[in-house]
Design a protein around this ligand. Structure first.
Ligand code: GAR
Length: 216
């Protein structure tokens, strides 16, 4: 079977979302705001960060969301780190795991465990400009249109099946910061939208394509 239905919940109540972040957490904040406004159809169950200084922790605290720090140095290998992360997310009952500026590459065991329920946001129109500094890469390449992509995670870096994309124009006098800010506004719009589609069971992975099913 090439088709895989996602967001299966077996009648266990609202979809529980875990967000993984490393930095300031504005995407996490947008997801929380959507949940609080009733636009997510899911609850934000936990924030996991790999750095104790991540600004995302303050957002979690302000909104009464459990924040857990899992540092790499507490674990001897990448595999051990990923295993600890899986155990934590299972314990927290995560149905969907959302990477939101999580700057670690997760290994194959993690990806396999959460396949079809692991999302990432990348500040580029994939498959262009994977990896670090996507906005800088876009400017250096001279593209006239840039954007953001929400995708399911596979074993590659920023490569999995695409759920939603949004495009923004590149201005003649753009700086990396100005372009990043323009893209970020779209990130904050499409990430909650993608999660809401998942929670409504409207995403179906069909090979490389993600079908968006009509609203019931
Ligand atoms: C976002 O721009 C996100 O797209 C990017 O990190 C930033 C995190 O910002 N992710 C990647 O580059 C993944 N390859 P935030 O902490 O304010 O959400």
């Amino acid at each position: 079977m090439s088709e895989r239905a996602t967001s299966e919940q077996a009648g266990r109540g609202p979809v529980r979302v875990a967000v993984l972040a490393s930095g300031r957490g504005t995407n996490f904040g947008a997801i929380v705001a959507a949940a609080e406004a009733g636009r997510l159809g899911a609850e934000v169950a936990v924030l996991v960060v790999d750095r104790p200084a991540a600004g995302a922790i303050d957002i979690a605290r302000a909104h009464g969301i459990v924040a857990v720090v899992v540092e790499a140095r507490e674990h001897p290998t990448r595999e051990a780190y990923d295993k600890a992360l899986i155990a934590l997310l299972v314990e927290r009952g995560a149905d969907l795991v959302c990477l939101a500026g999580f700057m670690r590459v997760l290994g194959p065991a993690f990806v396999e465990h959460f396949r079809g329920r692991l999302l990432n946001i990348h500040p580029a129109l994939s498959p262009a400009f994977p990896g670090l500094h996507a906005q800088r890469q876009a400017l250096a390449h001279g593209v006239k249109v840039a954007g953001a992509t929400v995708h399911f995670v596979d074993e590659g870096v920023d490569t999995g099946p695409i759920v939603l994309q949004a495009a923004v124009p590149v201005a003649e006098d753009d700086t990396e910061d100005a372009l990043a800010a323009r893209i970020l506004r779209e990130e904050h719009r499409i990430y909650p939208e993608a999660i809401a589609l998942f929670a409504a069971r409207r995403l179906r992975i069909d090979g490389r394509r993600v079908r968006i099913l009509p609203a019931p």
